[in-house]
Design a protein around this ligand. Sequence first.
Ligand code: SF4
Length: 764
Amino acid sequence: MRKSPRATTPPDRAKLRLKKPKKKAAGIPAALSSAYHGMTKMGVTKTVKTLVTVNQQEGFDCPGCAWPDPEHRTTFEFCENGAKAVADEAMKAHVNASFFSHHSIQALAELSDYELNRKGRLAQPMHLAPGESHYKPISWEGAFEKISGALKSLPSANRAVFYTSGRTSNEAAFLYQAFIRAYGTNNLPDCSNMCHESSGKGLGQTIGIGKGTVTLEDFNHANVIMVIGQNPGTNHPRMLTALRDAKKKGARIIHINPLPEAGLSRFKHPQDYMKMDLTSTQLADIHLPVRIGGDAALLKGLIKLQLELSAVDHAFVNEYTSGFQSMKDAALNTTWDQIVNDSGIPRQSIQDAAEMLASSNATIACWAMGLTQHKNGVSVIQEVVNLLLLGGHVGREGAGFCPVRGHSNVQGDRTVGIWEAPSESFIDRMEKGLGFDIPKEHGYDVVQSIEAMADGQVDVFFCMGGNFLSATPDTDFTAKAIANIDLTIQVSTKLNRSHLVTGKEALILPCLGRTELDVQDGEAQFVTVENSMGIVHRSKGTLQPASPMLRSEPWIVSTLAEQTLGLQHLPWNDLCSNYDSIRDLMEASLHGFTDYNRRVRNENGFSLPNPPRDDRTFNTHDGFANFTTHQLPDVSVGEDQFVLMTLRSHDQYNTTIYGLHDRYRGVHGHRRVLFMNADDMVARGWKSRTKVDITSHFNGETRESASWLLVPYEIPKGNLAAYFPEANSLVPLKSTADVSNTPTSKWIVCTLRSSPVHNGVEEE
Ligand code: SF4
């Protein structure tokens, strides 16, 4: 019996260094950091080669977030974290058979996620036999034989689960879902189940499309831009350029976030120095440091004031909406006491923001996890919809909804079929295009997958990219659930903890990265992705693959499909020999991809249909944009309890830890830190670096996590913040958002106590 490797990140060994948080984002430090990551990981030549091709029309799409590229690119069309993402993928270091022969999975699991990530690119297929602790090399043929054999032996296709991470290209994702549906299941959980699923559900029910409605150009025509529960300075940095340009055109910005993030304070575009422009731009005009979970109350207050200020576009409301009256009554009946108490924002500040909104003819609302990862994630997003519908801010230039996607193609994956709960119209169109029937029964999302694994209902678990174990909640529970599975397979570029905490038997299939040349049948291929604004565009790698044994994701899927299913459904390998064939099949099987191969060769690709944006058409149950009415959530917690939210440092991208420098928040060298309000600390006799243990509480259950160093920070009283994946072990699996089932990683009720180790204070 194999000893289970550690599932959670081991405590940091590095020293914690604290500096004053920054009030300005980007600038020279961002340029230096980009160069540092490039030079240390890729070397000079590759750094120059990749950074002049990333996000260019004939180049590759940044493997970072899904912020769109401007029509007119600059020579250096990337941000600091884009440069880190590229350097991380194109790094020289390799992880091969020799590496694994010297490192057991148990020993590797004692490394931090940062240390694991630095080991390098996975260079060849590897196999972990049952009971063994060391991976051994395996041929591609051998690996496919194992997987297809296991799949064919299952009593039901529903005992297999196929996960997708948001970096997967449209072509790979489409083939993958076609294979999985031909195999006979809809068990297609993906990373959006954990991030913007609440946005998809919230918008889908109210405006008839689960995506944002703005274009990048709209930012240049906005009067007011709201940035809610989002930290663009770290997670979507080129968005700061759009905000700066909007400010220069007179827009005003309302920043709603428990934390005063540097990215919304001031912004200095590094390339301005080349124009001898030394000025920086103040971004947010108002920062509303809302209490965690207080967004719904704040939005209710803003809605109430729009009504009282008569800032209602009655022509739009009467012609295009339904449900106005009950929404209005609910807002007007909500007391200011509850609004101010639940939001933690003084009435006057709400008034100031409301007046800004009331005078706006064009308002954009942007948001991210700060809204989606809550029990009321769907309803709070629908309060944003209520606020903008009141002013007719949809389908108008400079106005609309902008949920900003964190993964470069997470929106594209959903569009092309990575969806455990496909709609009837989607299934109809897909069956017509594919020419075979597909399953109708909905499959597992992420949380349901883990529950099924824990119940022993899953025998084969296939992951297309990602780091499932570290990205999901309830880490220890999830690790035990995964250990129940007979065979786990990871298609990956980099070593991570999900390669160490596996099923009884495991396989690693190393794939090409975004930056790398993908040659099929002697021809270099391009893939396509969809950004947050619904633009589909090309991405073509330019670098020689890190290893000759890497394969493209479409090739891996088509080869496995042919090995498992034969050619009865589709000519899998023929499709993969020229990706235009895959796109032709996508055109036949999906809405909005007409003339795909021609249009995607346009310089900037093409926009998918977006009825609310295109012509104020709302494909909802009643054909109108729906106002909705929601009770405010109960945001009270018990005596001496806190509300914790997980977040990223500036030196990470999802669960990938690039470095140990959260430069904007002044935290260096150590990640096991807990941001806490200084008054809350003093009230307990604690001070900076006091070591505490955290206990989370949910439905009578508790989860423990020890040895966190306190960092005094500008955060509302009673609120705490900590980095993921370290804090994910505190997030209860069953604590999810209504309707979307998204884990509530931004709302974790917990208590603290001094850590018995080191009588609580970490030495300087
Ligand atoms: S903003 Fe996002 S997509 Fe653009 S370069 Fe930065 S990380 Fe990459």
